[in-house]
Design a protein around this ligand. Structure first.
Ligand code: SF4
Length: 375
């Protein structure tokens, strides 16, 4: 246990840290509580500064526990105040996180994996393929680094008010570490982040949606829907071949929601692909009777996907068609697109081949030449 814990101390929940402190350091549970508070409430990145921890324990901790923070490799600032942070992991991988200020709120979009295995054809991250899962320590670290940067960028009083797992990766494909990160972030003795302000967004991993619903905490659930029929969704999101729309909707309907909570459906509008009025009517049929809201996201172009941004009037007509059928529907403002921080663009800049052109879409299930397909 000590070898694993050595580099992953920040990724242990309090009960896990208590067990580690007792078995590895031969110390008491209250020492674990002190250490937990230092790491997760104060943001300590070394044992030396944990002043109320006994000196010998600090020295031992410094020897065997790695509390090195994620390296902030690059921060890009958008004209609209959005900040994209690129982190370098201990094994030299890059992950991205985005800070989005809005009024007195700051939302942080965090990554759960290096790259992604799911291969959604509109998404820049998909072109990276799957690197590896992030550990819970790397997930919470994005939040701590993000919080520090938010204070620096937007003022001392500004806090991260919302966390969304919508960065690189499919969070439910890294279930164990995402759930552990949620437990750590929401622990009252640590950062004490409200689980009601955490959103887990999934492309539709049906068994994991059910599992998430059985956890003893409740986070917000967002579903990346992006098509109104299986034929189109099979192409836009190949995960649909495994868990088609009917199964997905069935799982969402069973997801336990507290009173006045709702499921958020994300719908990336791809010009000429899924943005017709017929699509809107089918979406309304699918979502009928569900406590939900719909976010429409006009696709953010990048050269690695064969799509076009939808026309403005089609976006408005799509919204209107759903609203007329009683749904709360928002057109998500594009944020940070000048720094490739907008939805679906993470990792785009690094990948963009010189002189690349965007090929026309064929609903054939095949990715355009030059893109890497991950099984
Ligand atoms: S949209 Fe999300 S799930 Fe799909 S490939 Fe991109 S990161 Fe992965």
């Amino acid at each position: 246990m000590s070898d694993v814990a050595k580099s992953k101390l920040r990724g242990l929940t309090l009960p896990e840290l208590e067990a580690w402190v007792q078995s590895t350091l031969g110390a008491k549970r209250f020492h674990a509580q002190q250490i937990f508070r230092w790491i997760h409430a104060t943001g300590a990145t070394s044992a030396e500064g944990m002043t109320d921890v006994a000196k010998e324990l600090r020295a031992r901790l410094a020897e065997i526990a790695d509390l090195e923070p994620l390296a902030t490799d690059l921060v890009q600032v958008s004209a609209d105040g959005t900040r994209k942070i690129r982190f370098k992991t201990h094994d030299g991988r890059f992950i991205e996180s985005v800070l989005i200020p809005e009024g007195d709120k700051v939302t942080q979009c965090i990554s759960s994996q290096v790259g992604c295995a799911l291969d959604c054809t509109f998404c820049a991250t998909a072109s990276l393929g799957f690197g590896r899962n992030l550990g819970a320590d790397e997930i919470v670290e994005q939040v701590y680094r993000g919080a520090a940067l938010a204070r620096e960028a937007y003022g001392e009083e500004r806090r991260i008010t919302n966390l969304v797992f919508m960065g690189m990766g499919e969070p439910l494909h890294n279930y164990e570490h995402v759930v552990r990160a949620v437990r750590i972030l929401t622990d009252q003795r640590g950062m004490n982040f409200s689980s009601r302000r955490i959103t887990v967004s999934t492309a539709g991993m049906v068994p994991q949606i059910a599992k998430l619903g059985r956890e003893d905490f409740q986070v917000n659930l967002a579903i990346s829907l992006n098509a109104s029929d299986d034929k189109t969704r099979d192409v836009v999101m190949p995960i649909n071949k495994k868990w088609p729309i009917a199964e997905l909707i069935g799982a969402i309907k069973k997801f336990p929601l507290q009173r006045r909570r709702f499921v958020m459906f994300e719908y990336v509008l791809l010009g000429g692909v899924n943005d017709s009025l017929e699509d809107a009517v089918r979406v309304a049929r699918l979502l009928k009777g569900m406590p939900c809201k719909v976010n429409l996201l006009p696709w953010n172009p990048h050269p690695l996907a064969p799509y076009q941004r939808p026309e403005k009037d089609k976006v408005v007509a799509f919204q209107r068609a759903l609203m007329d059928r009683g749904f709360a529907v928002y057109i998500r403002k594009t944020r940070g697109d000048d720094i490739d921080a907008a939805c679906g663009q993470l990792a785009a800049r690094e990948l963009q081949p010189a002189g690349s052109e965007r090929p026309a879409l064929e609903l054939s299930g095949r990715r355009p030449a030059g893109l890497r397909v991950v099984a």
